[in-house]
Design a protein around this ligand. Structure first.
Ligand SMILES: Nc1ncnc2c1ncn2[C@@H]1O[C@H](COP(=O)(O)OP(=O)(O)OP(=O)(O)O)[C@@H](O)[C@H]1O
Ligand SMILES: CC(C)(CO)[C@@H](O)C(=O)NCCC(=O)O
Length: 489
């Protein structure tokens, strides 16, 4: 029954950044071909290293949680780490380079031989892309997070950085961007343990820019989930705004998003992920969030919830559109019976609780969408955890109360919106509307992944996707030669 609380970081060790670059798949080979030619350099208006999100794509299979994002055209040597330190979880987004394999092997050998990696602050060969990694820790175990950052030297640019290995402590001015309440609460701890300052970024601002980045630049990020069926949604760049962003963390924030940096937090509720995990833990004695979720999958809520049929003698109340099986009162059945907590199955309690909280959030979200005439509601935050029942319940609530007028959508990087936003805040102009907009618009749609469909224009198959990637390659070269004209073409 037990399952790890935060499975993600437990697999990752100090060699991961480099090891990941060794496992070259067919897709990687295509991507390698996409990189600028050796020696060609990308001319930019700014001398500051920039993040290049052109061609950014999710790596890994479609069911993978918190999947890596490939940045095939990243050429500047960025070395960013950003954090979202929330009430329950710390989320990390960090960049690793994706160097040419041979050179990488040579460099690794050098590292092993203690010869260092570079003779200057910039590498002597072009960087052939990179990856964004997503890792989380429980906030109560912040020391594990600090150890992780330290073991990978992420606060000094990563072990793949030209600055590593180095005995020198991080410079006095070293900063990490961070958002969430913990950016305030733990700033001194970061200074004390890692010698870095936390540069605080506003939480709502980061959630919005993280969501906008994913929705604009990453294909197969957003999807619907109804009655167990998942479908990817292709976002029309010209029709993204306005939308309602509902971030279900420990608590819930509801944000009306009108554009990049244009938003308003219109509502919130304190009945959120913390409520499910907190109450669930007390009532079921589960040791981890995932265990509580897993338990719910074997539950039957009819032993806990009072249904319309329980009140109406097995009949529907059709006049007001309520079937006998509709829940009239969550947990309502537990008052009418002479039973104690021990008499109920933890499985049933977990399911009732999950349904109650998910449904309630879906309903409040819809009411806020209604207030502002919004049709699309994107749900993020780690409460969702890619869990089918949670998503189905939220979708059902939105559909039911809107009479099918509004739609609930989910994001594969659900819990990382804030951390991604903080990451983006290193370089806001690298992500301006135009760059992402133009690039995404020009890409033909990708192929559906197994197990999900894609709404939108006609699709090709996976082979076509590979060839699209190659077309992109020549575009990447164009960018290298004449970035400005590409942007504005
Ligand atoms: N491994 C886990 N451990 C604890 N909670 C988890 C875990 N996985 C998912 N959750 C759920 O995710 C919620 C936290 O989500 P998230 O990380 O998005 O919010 P947060 O940033 O910690 O909270 P807030 O934004 O309110 O400060 C928890 O309350 C819980 O419901
Ligand atoms: C306080 C925050 C913003 C911290 O992330 C979040 O937990 C939240 O939105 N809570 C809901 C608070 C409310 O609006 O009632």
């Amino acid at each position: 029954m037990a399952s790890p609380t935060t499975k993600d970081h437990s697999h990752i060790d100090i060699n991961d950044i480099n090891e990941e670059t060794q496992q070259l798949s067919e897709k990687d080979i295509v991507e390698k071909d996409m990189a600028p030619l050796p020696g060609s350099s990308i001319h930019r208006s700014s001398s500051r290293p920039q993040l290049d999100v052109s061609g950014a794509a999710i790596q890994g299979n479609f069911e993978e949680k918190d999947p890596t994002i490939l940045l095939p055209n990243q050429s500047d040597d960025i070395s960013h780490l950003a954090l979202d330190i929330g009430g329950s979880l710390i989320k990390l987004v960090y960049f690793s380079r994706h160097a040419d394999r041979q050179k990488d092997d040579r460099r690794k050998r050098k590292i092993k031989e203690g010869l260092g990696v570079s003779n200057g602050t910039r590498r002597s060969y072009p960087i052939l892309g990179g990856r964004l990694h997503f890792v989380k820790f429980e906030t109560s175990k912040i020391n594990e997070c600090l150890d992780f950052i330290s073991s990978k030297q992420l606060h000094c640019g990563g072990i793949d950085s030209p600055r590593w290995p180095s005995d020198a402590p991080p410079s006095e001015n070293a900063v990490i961007k961070a958002t969430g309440g913990g950016a305030y609460k733990f700033a001194d701890l970061f200074k004390e343990k890692l010698g870095v300052s936390i540069e605080k970024e506003d939480e709502m601002n980061c959630l919005v820019s993280g969501a906008n980045f994913l929705l604009k630049a990453i294909r197969h990020e957003a999807f619907t989930h109804m009655e167990g069926h998942k479908e990817f949604v292709q976002i029309d760049q010209n029709d993204l705004f306005p939308y309602l962003l509902v971030n279900i963390g420990s608590g819930v924030s509801m944000i009306k998003v009108d554009g990049d940096g244009q938003f308003q937090r219109v509502s919130g509720t304190n009945v959120g992920g913390g409520t499910y995990w907190g109450l669930g833990r007390l009532l079921t004695k589960c040791k981890s969030f995932d265990e509580l979720l897993e338990l719910s999958q074997r539950g039957d809520n009819r032993t806990i919830d009072m249904l319309v049929g329980d009140i109406y003698g097995g009949m529907d109340y059709s006049k007001i559109g309520l079937s006998a099986s509709t829940i009239a009162s969550s947990f309502g059945k537990t008052i009418s019976e002479n039973k104690e907590l021990e008499d109920y199955k933890p499985e049933d309690i977990s399911l009732s609780l999950l349904r109650m909280i998910s449904y309630n959030i879906g309903q409040i979200a819809y009411l806020n969408a209604l207030r502002f005439g919004l049709k699309r509601i994107f749900f993020g935050g780690f409460f969702i955890r890619g869990h089918a029942y949670t998503m189905d319940t939220i979708s059902f609530a939105v559909q039911f109360w809107s009479n099918g007028d509004a739609q609930a959508m989910f994001l594969r990087h659900e819990g990382f919106l804030g951390a991604l936003g903080a990451f983006m805040s290193y370089e806001t102009h690298g992500l301006d509307d135009l760059l992402v907009h133009q690039l995404v618009e020009r890409f033909p749609m990708g192929a559906p992944y197994i197990g999900g469909n894609v709404h939108g224009p006609p699709l090709g198959d996976l082979n076509e996707k590979a060839s699209i990637t190659l077309v992109l390659n020549s575009r990447a070269l164009c960018i290298g030669l004449n970035l400005t004209s590409f942007w504005y073409a």
